[in-house]
Ligand binder design. Structure first.
Ligand SMILES: Cc1ncc(COP(=O)(O)O)c(C=O)c1O
Length: 384
């Protein structure tokens, strides 16, 4: 067979996907696995969103749309930013893509030249470094500590900025730590970006899942250099529908759209109609978010209390649906700890390695309470 490219040979597979697959494989062999690997709501999407998708299919609204997303959806996204965040965007400043993941990829491709550096707090979501690498960039992680709730220190970020730094990525609430950054930290990071003439990418996908504290988007400080990455996956349980959206300065959005037009064209038409309903039928969607948020919070409390009781230290995450826990009582190496948890306790977790979190694993609590209790009992038995 002829050779594959260097770029693809250097690309690591997503460890979340890999450990999720391992858990699934074991389950297919008949083992009762509690999978806490995937970042995926276990709820069905709200009924009014499903109804909008059915209606689009019935009306035959299934053709290509504008590459950047259909206008009524971009108007609905603009209205959301005005209503919820006090931010004014025109539809030309918004792009709809196949998931937040594609918005991010479009952005890195649009802003990075070979060798450009991107600073970001660690632990970070696994796909940032992979996408930055594909775009020719270099990830510069700045470690945050469990003891300070994984909140970044702006001074440490400042020290990581060099003449090669082109962008900063922030993600609050954060996957994998669940940290919710205080407004003053986000403001200080935004000011650093402005001071050093950086692009600021704020990944706001978990905006609606905050249990303590409040949401701040970095875009409120310097919108002219900030890209918001957002989407329908987490808040509306629409993971498989693949809708993400970005909002930012017009030239950046136009560049991302040029790339998207050559690579994937528009995001799924039916899913775009569903997302319009999710964004515009405000009261129904709010009721759904409130219901799911309450469930996640209860699960989080059970899980974090249980882990800490077992001696697996985990700071209380204030948002998203993940917890990072110290696994050194199980094994010094987080990969070995994750393998032990899967093979001996039949609990699927993701090792922290690819999140920039050595000695830790990530558990997703987007799973029912019964499974969480079961996982805790099994981990207790393994530790004994
Ligand atoms: C921090 C973060 N950003 C972006 C994404 C991408 O989500 P999607 O492509 O489903 O919108 C995820 C999904 O896990 C995430 O956790």
């Amino acid at each position: 067979m002829p050779q594959l490219s260097k770029a693809i040979n250097n690309l690591k597979a997503s460890s979340t996907v890999a450990f999720n697959a391992k858990a699934r494989e074991l389950a297919q062999q008949g083992v009762d696995v509690v999978a806490m690997t995937a970042g995926e709501p276990d709820f069905q999407p709200p009924a009014h969103v499903l109804a909008a998708a059915h209606e689009a299919i019935d009306k035959g609204l299934t053709k290509y749309t504008a590459t950047e997303g259909m206008l009524p959806l971009r108007e609905a996204v603009a209205a959301k930013f005005q209503r919820e965040n006090g931010l004014s965007y025109t539809p030309e400043q918004i792009i709809v893509s196949s998931g937040g993941k594609q918005v991010l990829y479009n952005a890195f491709m649009a802003i990075l030249n070979p060798g450009d550096e991107v600073v970001l707090p660690a632990p970070y979501w696994v796909s940032y470094p992979a996408q930055i690498q594909l775009a020719g960039g270099i990830t510069v992680p700045v470690q945050t500590e469990a003891a300070s709730g994984f909140i970044p220190d702006p001074e440490a970020i400042r020290r990581a900025i060099t003449w090669r730094t082109r962008a900063m990525v922030i993600n609050s609430p954060c996957n994998p730590t669940g940290a919710v950054y205080p407004a003053e930290v986000i403001k200080a990071l935004a000011e650093l970006a402005a001071e050093h003439d950086l692009w600021l990418i704020t990944d706001d996908l978990y905006e609606h899942l905050i249990y303590e504290g409040s949401f701040t988007t970095a875009a409120q400080f310097y919108p002219e250099r900030t890209l918001i990455v957002h989407g329908a996956s987490k808040a509306y349980a629409l993971t498989g529908w693949r809708i993400g959206y970005g909002a930012g300065p017009k030239p950046l959005i136009a560049a991302m759209n040029r790339l998207q037009g050559q690579v994937t064209s528009n995001a799924s038409a039916v899913a775009q109609y569903a997302t319009i309903a999710a964004l515009n039928e405000v009261d129904k969607t709010r009721a759904f978010i409130d219901m799911t948020k309450q469930a996640y919070q209860e699960r989080r409390d059970v899980l974090v209390t249980g882990l800490n009781r077992l001696g697996l230290k985990a700071p209380l995450p204030h948002g998203a649906f993940y917890v990072m826990t110290d696994t050194t009582p199980l094994h010094q190496d987080e990969n070995e700890a994750a393998l032990l948890l899967l093979s001996r306790a039949h609990v699927g977790v993701v090792p922290g390695t690819d999140f920039g979190a050595p000695g830790q694993v990530r558990l997703s609590y987007a799973t029912n309470l019964e499974s969480i209790h079961k996982a805790l009992e099994r981990i207790a038995r393994l530790l004994n």
